[in-house]
Design a protein around this ligand. Sequence first.
Ligand SMILES: [Mg+2]
Length: 269
Amino acid sequence: MDALKNKRGFICDMDGVIYHGARLLDGSKAFVQWLTAQGKRFLFLTNSSARSPRELRQRLLHMGIDVSEDHFITSAMATAHFIAAQRPGGRVYVIGDSGLYQALYEAGLSVDESQPDYVVVGETRSYNYEKIEIAIQLVRNGAKLIGTNPDLTGPTERGIAPACRALIAPIEMSTQRQAYYIGKPNPLIMRHALQLLGCQREETVIIGDRMDTDIVAGIESGIDTALVLSGITRESDLPQYAYQPHHVLKDVSVIAGEQPGKAAKGTMP
Ligand SMILES: [Mg+2]
C-alpha cells in the first residue's frame, strides 16, 4: 500500500472508479481530496470521445467533485495528438461529438469533407447513414481510418449504448480496411497521459476497474496498476487473465486511508 500511496502520478479511469453512471462511488470525494492535499499529479482518463474536458469537469462538479479542466484526458485528445504527430496540420473527416471536434481543432487539424487524410470516428448521437456513406467513399479513396477507442459498448443511464468500434464496423466491413484504434488499451494514450502529467512511468500508477482495458494498458506501458473492485471486474474473474494487477483494492477510498477497518481486500505480491 505504501508503494501505491508514494506514487507521484495517478491516472484514474472514471466509470467504475469514481462514479457509476450518475452515482458517485463511495470514497471518491475523499480520494480526490487526498490527491489534492498530498500534492499528487493526477489525470482522469476516459475512452469516451464524446465529451470535452470542460464537459467532464461539469459532470464531476454536479456530483460534488471540483477539479480543473487540465485534470482530464480523453481518447479524443489522444487521437488528435497522434494525428498531429503523424501529419501536422492534417485534414480529417469526422464522425463524432463536440469533444472530438474540439480536440482535433486544438491540435491544429482541420475538417475537410472532400480530400481528408483521415476519417476519424468516435461516439456520437448524430450518427447517420449519409455520414457512413461519405466515410466509406473517403476511405476507398485513400483516407486512413482511425477509431478513437476500441470499445464495443459504453455505459449510459439507460443501460448499454454502442461505442466507437460498433459505430465504425460498417465502414470497416464496406471498405475491407481495419481501423487503427487509439484509446485504452493502446499504450499511446498512456504515453500521452504521462506527458501531460509530467511524470515518469516508474513514479505513476493506473487505477481502473477493467482488466481488458485499464490493467492491460498499464502493464503494456510499464506502469504499475491498481484494480478497483467497485466496477466491472470481480475478484473471482482474476484467475482467467494471463496478466495480473500490482494492487487489488475494494475501491479508491482505500488509497485515501478512509475506513481503516475495511481497508484493502488484498495486495498482489
Ligand atoms: Mg471503467
